[in-house]
Design a protein around this ligand. Sequence first.
Ligand SMILES: Cc1cc2nc3c(=O)[nH]c(=O)nc-3n(C[C@H](O)[C@H](O)[C@H](O)COP(=O)(O)OP(=O)(O)OC[C@H]3O[C@@H](n4cnc5c(N)ncnc54)[C@H](O)[C@@H]3O)c2cc1C
Ligand SMILES: NC(=O)c1ccc[n+]([C@@H]2O[C@H](COP(=O)([O-])OP(=O)(O)OC[C@H]3O[C@@H](n4cnc5c(N)ncnc54)[C@H](O)[C@@H]3O)[C@@H](O)[C@H]2O)c1
Length: 472
Amino acid sequence: MDASASHFDLVVIGSGPGGQKAAIGAAKLGKRVAVVERRDMIGGVCLNTGTIPSKTLREAVLYLTGLTLRDVYGSSYRLKERITVQDLLARLQHVIGREMEVVRNQLARNRVETVVGSARFAGPHEVDILDADGDRVRRLTAEKVVVAVGTRPARPVHIAFDGDRVVDSDGILDMQEVPRTMVVVGAGVIGIEYASIFAALGTRVTVVEARDKILDFCDAEVVEALKFQLRDLSVTFRLGETVESVTADATGTVTTLASGKRIPADTVMYSAGRQGATDGLGLEAAGLAADARGRLVVDKQFRTGVEHVYAVGDVIGFPALAATSQEQGRLAAYHAFGEPVSSVLELQPIGIYTIPEISYCGDTEDELTRAGVPYEVGVARYRELARGQIVGDTYGMLKLLVSTDTRKILGVHVFGTGATELIHIGQAVMTCGGTVDHLVDTVFNYPTLSEAYKVAALDATNKMRDVARFGF
Ligand SMILES: Cc1cc2nc3c(=O)[nH]c(=O)nc-3n(C[C@H](O)[C@H](O)[C@H](O)COP(=O)(O)OP(=O)(O)OC[C@H]3O[C@@H](n4cnc5c(N)ncnc54)[C@H](O)[C@@H]3O)c2cc1C
Ligand SMILES: NC(=O)c1ccc[n+]([C@@H]2O[C@H](COP(=O)([O-])OP(=O)(O)OC[C@H]3O[C@@H](n4cnc5c(N)ncnc54)[C@H](O)[C@@H]3O)[C@@H](O)[C@H]2O)c1
């Protein structure tokens, strides 16, 4: 092959959200770009085993179980009596297939070359492409490189994963039938989202978590409300507990905890953290090294210790979200090719697709209290909104945290239907430095859930007025 055909301005390793946006960002600047990805993994972890499958599964479960409409039609309401794995997977395959086409098409129409294989550094500017047997099939050279290789589930060595009864969050997507009982080990976002999905399906779920709290970065009141809802769906929480061993045979599993408790279940799913996918990447050939969790350290411009090599997405750690990975990819590409950038990455929303869902932006009450920042709380309950009654969501709520000094919005926390969409209103107001008065004075469509912003803003300002009466 002509050597110039394999020379690129930018080589991106990995086609997840970070890699895609880095590649397209550079292509829009007129650069010659290649994305290296393994066969059948176009779209990354995000599309194949992570965000998209889990969110599609959630949607399929909500639809087929009719769970969210039981407040309206009664507790026995179901769209389908016996939900099979095939019912669920059909929707998954449909969405993944369509999305994969979108990704392929976007890359192709921006003239980004998709190179199939595994990438391995052969030097700071050289990247070898290996086939499935590990044989080198091509060498690419590049002015700049973006590493967007993501992560894979961490697997404790003392647990025998069998891909059937003892699985991680990749393996759960290959389930043969809906388990009647399930142990979820690790109550991070992945664990709690899957616990919700299976609990909604009618699986009796036990969550085992080493820490005393779940989702401790979220608003404590919201987490309490979530736990209440999950317990209502028969979820048992074993917090402050660790797994000693898992025994499995053809009929089921028994999980033994360090405390001596034994939990029988059809399936055990591990979601106890993830590991950067940097082994096998030949980092040393580029002059790079990963930390113990396989992650790379970058500066504010997403540059690694080697100036022309950038890293974005989950491989650089927190916050490890699809949206932030995309933005990091775009920013890295712009920086690499001298395009001016400005971004508001500091104020990113967090969306957790539990059932019900959670979303927030800005500070929590605990953070503000620890920092000694005075604030007032304004709350709107969905059951007080006409739209809340119409959609049958009587537990949802929106909470505003308002600075009593500046009247600016310091945090927004939403729990319930549409939380991950609603949050963007608060995020936009916060990004523009808006005050609670802006929300009080805004007219919202009626009947909507967005109206919760006005109700919560009025609640906060009423309380603030009560204090102001005393001359404070
Ligand atoms: C179960 C689950 C649910 C999630 N839900 C959400 C959610 O609801 N919202 C959200 O924002 N985030 C969610 N995430 C996180 C989100 O998926 C990640 O933040 C996002 O995928 C990270 O993107 P990335 O660019 O780092 O690449 P990834 O999507 O991690 O993809 C990396 C790609 O690099 C490829 N690769 C690795 N090594 C090589 C190599 N040597 N050569 C070639 N290619 C290579 C891999 O094959 C892979 O396709 C979830 C994750 C999981 C696991
Ligand atoms: N909606 C979303 O935005 C979303 C959804 C899913 C995943 N993600 C991202 O994926 C990343 C990975 O999520 P995760 O949930 O796998 O990891 P995590 O590291 O957040 O959570 C792992 C949890 O497992 C616990 N744990 C570890 N070992 C244990 C053991 N032996 N016994 C009991 N508990 C144990 C840990 O204390 C921790 O709480 C997160 O950073 C998250 O940002 C995001």
